[in-house]
Design a protein around this ligand. Structure first.
Ligand code: BES
Ligand code: MN
Ligand code: ZN
Length: 495
């Protein structure tokens, strides 16, 4: 069940619905919607702020049940924090908290006036887009049927109406498309690896393509890739009974002759490390190692749903990395699709080994005007940037700037690391053209350096989402990042 969104312009004190959400800042400052409600209910909000019962702290919320004087059944008073420091990130946060709070109430509909709050430098379409995406994110529940049943609830939040004028409709339409892509990515990434195999991802891509007019999908299997020479990708997949796939989606929304934009996403459905086996603790998180694949597929879904006037391809190399008698091993030398030979020094540095062949294939087959890959590539990126920023590496300053801007716009932010040639010597090998690991230092960068060897002449950028693709902990879910960033980047390109 997905949330429905609409726009409305009724007054907060007269709108008839189960719940209205209004914002209050710290230090007793009411937004205009809160002030209107407050005067209709005899100053109840102000009194509770004076008494300290409503703090106005960012992310806090207080429910007033059926206060006399308003048409709504409930008033959800949402804290916005200090007014003078209110910014875009805080705006997103309070919308998440409001939707989360509403999701716990026995109500099916809410009218939110948070979209009327002033956010410096942002217009109403932006506010509605972020509010809708934040609400959808906050109320997402993993839908796969083998999850233990949750207690049936009295009612479930089904729709939110945002207070905004018709000028915000475009923002809402974009949000609905992007939210669909985000949900597609999250659902796929949350699945266990015994279900979500390379073949399964291929089937999901094909199922999506079947329902769309200008989308086609091709899935290459092991035999087809052998014939083409995917020596690096296939070596990684050899240890698993779940055989590799290369998934290729094409969307034609632009003119026939227009070069496509290209996404490439790391689709390791489970990364045990292979013969260079990972430690046991936390290994279960490596089901998310197809987060890059989920992210680019989700962004593809969003682009198609927005009907963007451009051509787009999405290429997903998918394997499972397992130890086995037939596994590839440290010291193996592989011949990649590009012809470059690779010395394997660690079978746990497998992402770059499947991406290099996919990048070569994408460049050769489509001559894209720009190529962006997304991958849960290195633990080193998590050390460098933590769980908040995606790592961005590119030799193309203009492309890097476009992606950083798209991340800022959607609050799905990336931070750039250098991709200077100074780091390249860390990949020197005595036995092949390049080694698959670069030693102790700058692990996120040397991984990108490895990929750069396979993108000569391409306008290419790499997103390391190892820290951002899922949330920590037992119950940590896939985040759907970087769907919003990538979708926004395309939206900006389509003009
Ligand atoms: N999928 C991992 C990277 C990863 C680790 C993502 C932890 C998220 C959390 C990747 O395949 C990997 O194992 N990378 C190694 C590279 C090393 C062997 C050079 C790593 O980061 O340790
Ligand atoms: Mn690995
Ligand atoms: Zn991996």
């Amino acid at each position: 069940m997905t949330l429905q969104f609409s726009l409305g312009n009724a007054a907060p004190e007269t709108v008839a619905c189960a719940c209205v959400a209004v914002g209050v800042y710290e230090q007793g400052v009411l937004t205009s919607a809160a002030a209107q409600v407050d005067s209709a209910i005899g100053g109840l909000i102000k009194r509770q702020m004076d008494s300290g019962d409503i703090s106005g702290k960012a992310g806090s919320s207080t429910l007033l049940f059926a206060p006399a004087g308003v048409a709504a059944g409930r008033v959800l008073v949402v804290g916005l924090g200090a007014q003078k420091s209110f910014d875009a990130a805080r705006y997103q946060k309070v919308n998440i908290e409001a939707a989360r709070a509403a999701g716990k109430l026995p109500i099916a509909e809410m009218v939110s006036f948070l979209t009327e709050v002033d956010v410096p430098g942002r217009d109403s379409a932006w506010r509605v887009r972020i509010a809708a995406l934040a609400s959808d994110h906050a109320t997402y529940r993993y839908e796969a049927t083998f999850k233990p049943r949750e207690k049936p609830r009295q009612a479930q939040l089904k729709s939110i109406t945002f207070a905004a004028g018709a000028d915000a409709q475009i923002g809402l339409d974009q949000a609905v498309a992007i939210a669909e892509g985000v949900r597609f990515a999250r659902e796929l990434a949350n699945l266990p690896p015994n279900i979500c195999t390379p073949a399964y991802i291929g089937e999901q891509a094909q199922a999506f393509a079947r329902g769309q007019d200008n989308v086609s999908c091709k899935v290459l299997d092991q035999v087809e890739m052998e014939q083409l020479g995917f020596g690096s990708l296939l070596a990684v997949g050899r240890g698993s009974v779940n055989k590799p796939r290369l998934i290729v989606l094409e969307y034609k929304g632009g003119n026939d002759g227009d070069k496509p934009y290209a996404f490439v996403g790391k689709g390791v459905t489970f990364d045990s490390g292979g013969i260079s086996l990972k430690p046991g603790a936390g290994m279960e998180e490596m089901k998310f190692d197809m987060g890059g694949a989920a992210g680019v597929l989700g962004a593809f879904v969003a682009a198609v749903k927005m009907g963007l006037k451009l051509n787009l391809v999405c290429v997903v190399p998918s394997v499972e990395n397992m130890p086995d008698g037939d596994s590839y091993r440290p010291s193996d030398v592989l011949t990649s699709l590009s012809g470059l030979t690779i010395e394997v020094l660690n079978t746990d540095a497998e992402g770059r080994l499947i991406l290099c062949d996919a990048l070569t294939y994408t460049a050769q087959t489509f001559q894209p005007q720009a190529m962006v890959d997304a991958a849960t590539l290195t633990g080193a990126c998590v050390v460098a940037l933590g769980k908040h920023a995606t790592g961005l590496m590119s030799k193309h300053d203009d492309l890097a700037a476009e992606l950083l801007a798209a991340g800022e716009e959607t609050l799905d932010r990336a931070w750039r690391l250098p991709l200077w040639d100074d780091y390249q010597t860390q990949l020197d090998s005595g036995f092949a053209d390049v080694a698959n690991i670069g030693g102790k230092s700058a692990g996120a960068i040397t991984a990108a350096c490895f990929l750069s060897r396979f993108t000569d002449g391409q306008r290419w950028a790499h997103l390391d989402i190892a820290g951002t693709a899922w949330e920590d902990g037992r119950k940590g879910l896939a985040t759907g990042r970087p769907v919003a960033l990538l979708a926004q980047w395309l939206l900006d390109r389509a003009g």
